[in-house]
Design a protein around this ligand. Structure first.
Ligand code: SF4
Ligand code: SF4
Length: 380
C-alpha cells in the first residue's frame, strides 16, 4: 500500500489565502475531478461538534468550508451540501453561528441538517454490522471529509478517521459509546464506518489546530497547514508526526492499518508540498510543533484485566472544575449511560456529581461541556 498526502502551508483564514491553498492541495492530489464527477451529489462532511465561535478551533473553520464550496461551484458541481451531526444541538445552528449560511448559499451549497436517521446494514463490517446514518450521508454520491486538527480525550486525536463518526445521526451516537466503550473498540467501529461511507477525499483544517483539553475545550494553536489525502490513516499519521505523537499510539491508526483502511507507515507515504516532495523528517522539522499538548501515553491493551472493576479507578476519569461549572446540565444530557453516570445529586445549585462505578469513560460529557469546565484527571 502506498498513499499520498499533500501538505500546503497556509498561515491565515483570510478567504483568498485559503482558496489558493485549497486549490494547490487539490491540484497536488490530482484535482477534484479525479475523484468526483460533476453530476454527482456531493456532501462536505464538516466537523461541527457543537456550536462555537470560529476562533476557538472547535469546528472546521467556515473559511475552509466556504472556499471549498466556491471551488466546487467554479468546477461546475451543481448539487453540493455541507453539514454534520454534532454531539449536542443542531448543526444548522452551528453553521449559522459560524456565519456560513450566506457564503455557502452564494456558492450554491445547501446546509444539510443530518436530522433523520436511516438504519444502514453493513454485513461486511469487521467490527460493526449496522449504523444509524444520517439520511444526508446515505443519499450523497460522494463525501468529502473536511475535518479539523484537534486533540481528543478518548482517541488522542480527532482528525480524518474520527471525523466520520458525525455521519451517525444525532442521538444514535450515544448508543455507539455504550456498545463500544473502549478507545480501541470505538476506533475499530469508526474504521468500519469509514469503510462503509468511503469518503472520496479527506481535507484537514490544520491552519489553527486545538491542543490540550480537546476536542472542544482545548486551546487554539497555529499549525499553519492544510492536509489532503484519499487515505485518512496516512493523513492522520502526518498530523500525529507534526505534533510529535507516535501514530502507533493512536487507536484509529492501528485499527485503520489492520482493517485495510490505510497506512501510517512512513515508508508507505509520499508527502508532497507545493515545493515538491518532502521527507517526513523535513516536514516535521519545518512544520512540526514539539510542544503541542496531546496525550502521548500508549493505550492499555484490552483484556480480562480491563473488566476488573478496581482498574476503573486507575483509568483517566472526567472531573468538573467547580469554579468554571455553570450548572447548565449539558454534560448530564450528553451522558449515554442508562440512568446517567453523572447527575445533579446535590441539587441544581451545585455542579453535577460523577458515579465512577457507572462511568464508562467515553468523555462525551467533557466533549460537550460548553464552558470548558470538564477535564480528564491526570491530563489537565
Ligand atoms: S456541561 Fe459543564 S458547565 Fe454545564 S453543568 Fe456540566 S460541567 Fe457544568
Ligand atoms: S459521565 Fe461522562 S465519561 Fe462517564 S459515561 Fe457519562 S458521559 Fe461518559
Amino acid at each position: 500500500m502506498h498513499s499520498k498526502v499533500a501538505l500546503v502551508p497556509c498561515g491565515s483564514y483570510e478567504p483568498e489565502r485559503v482558496y489558493q491553498a485549497l486549490r494547490q492541495g487539490l491540484d497536488l492530489v490530482g484535482g477534484i475531478g479525479k475523484y468526483i464527477r460533476t453530476d454527482e451529489k456531493v456532501l462536505l462532511k464538516l466537523n461541527l461538534v457543537r456550536e462555537a465561535d470560529a476562533d476557538r478551533a472547535v469546528t472546521t473553520h467556515p473559511a475552509v468550508a466556504e472556499m471549498l464550496a466556491r471551488i466546487l461551484s467554479e468546477e461546475h458541481y451543481s448539487d453540493v451540501s455541507a453539514g454534520d451531526s454534532g454531539g449536542f444541538g443542531s448543526s444548522i445552528k452551528s453553521m449559522e453561528h459560524l456565519g456560513m449560511r450566506e457564503e455557502l448559499t452564494k456558492y450554491g451549497c445547501r446546509m444539510a441538517a443530518f436530522d433523520e436517521a436511516v438504519r444502514t446494514a453493513y454485513p461486511q463490517g469487521i467490527h460493526a454490522k449496522e449504523f444509524m446514518l444520517a439520511r444526508d450521508v446515505v443519499e450523497a454520491d460522494a463525501v468529502i471529509s473536511v475535518c479539523k486538527m484537534k486533540t481528543h480525550a478518548l482517541e488522542h486525536i480527532t482528525g480524518a478517521v474520527k471525523n466520520q463518526y458525525g455521519c451517525v445521526q444525532g442521538k444514535h451516537k450515544a448508543a455507539g459509546h455504550t456498545r463500544y466503550p473502549s478507545a480501541e473498540s470505538m476506533a475499530r467501529m469508526i474504521v468500519d464506518l469509514n469503510l462503509l461511507v468511503r469518503p472520496r477525499l479527506y481535507i484537514m483544517d490544520g491552519i489553527v489546530a486545538m491542543e490540550g483539553n480537546g476536542p472542544t475545550s482545548g486551546d487554539p494553536v497555529p499549525m499553519n497547514v492544510l492536509l489532503f489525502s484519499t487515505d485518512p490513516v496516512a493523513l492522520d499519521s502526518v498530523f500525529a508526526r507534526l505534533v510529535y505523537l507516535d501514530p502507533e499510539s493512536v487507536p484509529t491508526e492501528g485499527a485503520g492499518a489492520q482493517m485495510g483502511l490505510g497506512t501510517w507507515k512512513e515508508e508507505e507515504i509520499d508527502l508532497v508540498t507545493p515545493d515538491g516532495q518532502l521527507s517526513m523528517g523535513d516536514a516535521v522539522a519545518k512544520y512540526g510543533r514539539p510542544g503541542f499538548r496531546v496525550n502521548r501515553k500508549k493505550g492499555k491493551a484490552e483484556g480480562i484485566m480491563n473488566t476488573i472493576t478496581i482498574l476503573r479507578f486507575l483509568k483517566p476519569a472526567p472531573r468538573i472544575d467547580a469554579d468554571k461549572c455553570r450548572k447548565c446540565g449539558v454534560c448530564v444530557e450528553s451522558c449515554p449511560v442508562d440512568g446517567k453516570a453523572l447527575r445533579f445529586s446535590k441539587g441544581r445549585d451545585h455542579p453535577p456529581v460523577y458515579n465512577y462505578r457507572k462511568c464508562i469513560r467515553c468523555f462525551c460529557c467533557q466533549e460537550m461541556c460548553p464552558h470548558k469546565a470538564i477535564y480528564v484527571r491526570g491530563r489537565r
